[in-house]
Design a protein around this ligand. Sequence first.
Ligand code: FRU
Length: 463
Amino acid sequence: MNLKDANNYIEQNRVAGALRPLFHIIPEVGWMNDPNGFSEYKGEYHLFYQHYPYGTQWGPMHWGHVRSKDFITWEALPVALAPDEEYDCQGCFSGTALQVGDEHVLVYTGVSEGKQKQCVAIGTGTDYVKIPENPVIPGDMLPEGFSRVDFRDPKIYKVKEGYELIAVNFSEKNLGQLVKFSTKDLRNWQYEGVVLANDGSLGVMWECPDYFTLDGQEMFIFSPQDVAAVDDELHNGDNSVYTVRGSGKFHEIDYGLDFYAPQTAHMSDGRQILIGWMHSWKNDYAPAGVLWNGMMTLPRELKLIDGIMYQTPVKELANYHLDKVEHELILDGAGELPKVKGRTADMCIRWDANKDLKVSVAVGDGHHTDIIYDASARSITFDRRYSGITKDINCLRTFPVHGNDALMSLRIVLDYNSVELFVNDGREAFSGAIWTDRAADGIVFNTKEPTKLSVTYHNVGRR
Ligand code: FRU
């Protein structure tokens, strides 16, 4: 497999614009998983992704590539990496990127003979060359007993003296751990030790680590696999969590049915932005006949408030608001609101946190996707059982609403194939894919008693 074949194949088989979500990233054609190499390079935002162009299921991994000036409109670029070297012939697995001087540096995991090692490719924003020193961190640089088979997903970051990376690894106890390496020149690396390890209480293997500073605190993000659920938390089997270093507390990042392997990037305007794979290994679904599988969440701005990571859609989404509809009303029972209708939308609803509310989106012809707030349980249930899915995958999820706010706020970001929820200014987030026919564009509100609602609604589109 090589770049030329991948790019030719994509040229001939690209999914037509009219069949794509409006403002969420999908592959040009074929399969997409984890976000990779999310970074700002020469003033533009780059995202790479785990990619197999030739089919809608996972296969030997390439790095797909898109670029944006505003996180909302993305331009497809040629595939950046293909598994075409002896040391990565079984796949170019996940990794990250950084601008170093004038160059865009990618670090990724090369897989060959079933073993994983860290590699570097350097480019100019469109074309990337794997360096001759690869693999720069073979598994044998790890202490004895640590796995050479599970050693992947490097996150590179700048430090005073050069660069460091953390990668995931399987320990001698067969549990996930994050190992650190350092370098001055990106070619010669030293092992620096284990920075965080699974004591057995959070799944088995960990994947896709991230490490950054947020509002003065050191943060880790990673995606633990095979996690046992606790109450309303950690129900996806494979989950993604964050922790403030030293706190000993791990929080689920997104309660969605479709969320995994997020990574963040620090942007020159000071924002730390997160993007996740809006899909899941254990809940994999794409309808027959659709030529793409896998999507990214909307990029989200992060804030840390009292140890909790808040997420809100990037502010640039507002530049795509076509109109603004505002309603203040008291609703008793079910009702639609004038001009509140559409499948690409950004809507915020506020109401008394002591009252139940159901909001149904993508309504029409027997279809509906329901978001149900239960005031006594202080929880939200997402129900996509009638959302165009013709396979028995998990369609229901209930998640907690933390805090004790007197007023609830719920922001719903809707695209043709997704619903993202941001509760109480982004304290809780939820991502779910839907496959409802695009003609189903109704939005219906439902209360059990007279309830005051404030609704701000925007259709999202390009002028
Ligand atoms: C996470 C993951 C990574 C790996 C990649 C392979 O979803 O399993 O650990 O690098 O996917 O595509």
